[in-house]
Design a protein around this ligand. Structure first.
Ligand SMILES: Nc1ncnc2c1ncn2[C@@H]1O[C@H](COP(=O)(O)OP(=O)(O)OP(=O)(O)O)[C@@H](O)[C@H]1O
Length: 484
């Protein structure tokens, strides 16, 4: 059975399942066919389990038909298919704890950690959020765990879309089976995309199912501050005991652990203790674990032991749906035309989208006006001007060149080597998406190219984003870099 049979099989499945399901679960699978066996590679264990449970039987049936009635041997694994040109195969994710010997805590509290302890007061969070954060731990006791969760952040209020489907499904699974197969759950993605919302949704759901469950939510600064305080009060054992006694530990924005060595060490031990005890750990971060700088390798690698899922920036339809939902929650009538208008203008993240909607609603209340596109344009005038000013073709070219470590002049040149053409296509596509320039204007800005070249670049990048996870990730990074 040749590898192409998998592609034929995918074509059959594409017609059978809704596009969203197909794109989320089946399209990301890679295949390798050797010695009569088809190996399917899933990007993570969650996708593997899901496909095994929901689609594998159908996949086998289709392959059998395509293979002249002979049942194929199909196996699944986490990882990527080996490529001829790529002798270094991406490592697979170890699925279980393997009982490594833990080291004794020995790091000293750094200046950074002392600084955090001084700036995290008992009852406020360092960065303002859309909800009030209560002091999450009192080492002395009297802990009302559930009160740290924002009750408004539930699965019901979370709008599902292509960009967050995987993260939402994984979160739901963890909520239904905490401490089970996906431990730790590592949610990552750019700012304001719903990681905290999902994390609270899991916590709320765990408590809803089991009101006695001890769920502790805290931002990583709070963990640092509590640890420093515990050390000062000679209460580090209470600190340890408390954090190790919870059923689920939810730590938000783990990137703030960078350079806080003693906290990393303490967290590492807590983390291991919880995982070994079958208690759930959920972590959010603004980047992929391996990309966190100044974080111990052993901690980063441990994050990958469970399930790592990305929350991506929402596409247009999801942005519209989010706006409709938020308006409904605020008891405001928002026409789909108005929602579409806002969603088209604000593309960076959901927090900003919500902010824009709040502003429009406040203005409408204040002036007694109806929410129409011209009214929205007027209400968001300053915000939109800021966006338009920020994203220029120039800015895109500089950002792309810097990212790929080439020169802006290369992007404008006639050079056609791969090292230059792909970044050029990415930059053209971003220019189309993020600025109001026409195709001929963009062509001009890229060394006087024809508008058909720009069009081709845009199509190519859309296509590559579907098939090449590297380009997809690059593109999302650019969206984040350029629009936030
Ligand atoms: N899919 C969604 N449906 C409904 N609301 C959403 C969705 N995604 C994000 N939001 C809302 O957007 C706001 C920002 O989300 P959240 O705080 O969870 O972002 P985040 O990814 O944790 O950002 P940060 O990295 O800055 O902490 C919240 O009010 C949240 O309710």
């Amino acid at each position: 059975m040749p590898n192409s049979m998998w592609h034929q099989c995918l074509e059959v499945l594409r017609d059978e399942f809704p596009a969203q399901q197909f794109n989320t679960w089946l399209r990301p699978l890679q295949s390798d066919h050797r010695e009569g066996q088809l190996m399917l590679f899933a990007p993570n264990r969650f996708v593997m389990d899901w496909v095994n449970e929901k689609y594998l039987r159908r996949i086998e049936e289709v392959l059998k038909d395509l293979n002249g009635g002979q049942a194929p041997r199909v196996n699944m694994k986490v990882g990527s298919a080996p490529r001829e040109s790529d002798p270094v195969k991406r490592s697979e994710m170890p699925a279980r704890l393997n009982g490594q010997v833990l080291e004794e805590a020995g790091s000293r509290v750094t200046e950074e950690e002392r600084g955090v302890a001084a700036t995290v007061p008992g009852s406020t969070s360092v960065r303002p959020k859309s909800y009030s954060e209560r002091r999450p731990v009192q080492i002395e006791g009297d802990i009302k765990h559930q009160s740290f969760l924002n009750e408004g952040f539930t699965f019901e209020t979370f709008v599902e879309g292509k960009s967050n489907q995987l993260a939402r499904a994984a979160s739901m699974q963890v909520a239904e089976n905490p401490g089970g197969a996906y431990n730790p759950l590592f949610l990552y993605g750019g700012v304001g995309l719903g990681k905290t919302h999902l994390m609270h949704a899991i916590g709320n759901e765990i408590v809803r199912r089991n009101p006695k469950a001890k769920v502790a939510y805290l931002r990583s600064e709070r963990f640092v501050a509590d640890m420093v305080k515990a050390l000062q009060l000679n209460a580090i054992n209470e600190f340890k005991r408390y954090y190790r006694s919870v059923d689920a530990l939810l730590i938000d924005d783990i990137q703030f652990f960078a350079r806080k060595e003693r906290s990393q060490e303490e967290f590492f031990h807590t983390f291991n203790a919880l995982l070994e005890g079958g208690q759930q750990v959920i972590v959010t971060c603004d980047r992929f674990p391996k990309e966190i700088v100044d974080m111990e390798e052993r901690l980063k690698s441990r994050f990958g032991w469970g399930l790592t899922v990305m929350v991506e920036p929402p596409e247009l339809e999801t942005r519209v749906a989010i706006l409709m939902k938020k308006a409904e929650q605020a008891n405001v009538k928002l026409s789909s035309e108005a929602a579409f208008f806002i969603a088209q203008k604000i593309r960076s993240n959901v927090r900003e989208l919500e902010g824009a909607l709040r502003l429009v609603i406040a203005n409408a209340h204040f002036t007694g006006s109806e929410i129409t596109p011209p009214f929205i344009r007027e209400s968001l005038k300053d915000l939109l001007a800021l966006h338009e000013k920020q994203v220029s073709i120039d800015n895109i070219q500089r950002t792309v060149a810097e990212y790929y470590k080439i020169k802006v002049a290369d992007l404008l040149s006639k050079r056609r080597t791969r090292i230059v053409t792909r970044p050029r296509q990415v930059a053209m596509s971003l220019s189309k998406e993020l600025t109001n320039h026409s195709l001929p204007e963009i062509g001009d800005a890229f060394g006087g190219r024809d508008h058909t070249t720009v069009l081709h670049a845009c199509k190519k990048i859309v296509e590559l984003q579907e098939t090449d996870p590297g380009i997809r990730e690059d593109y999302q990074n650019f969206m984040r870099l350029l629009t936030t």
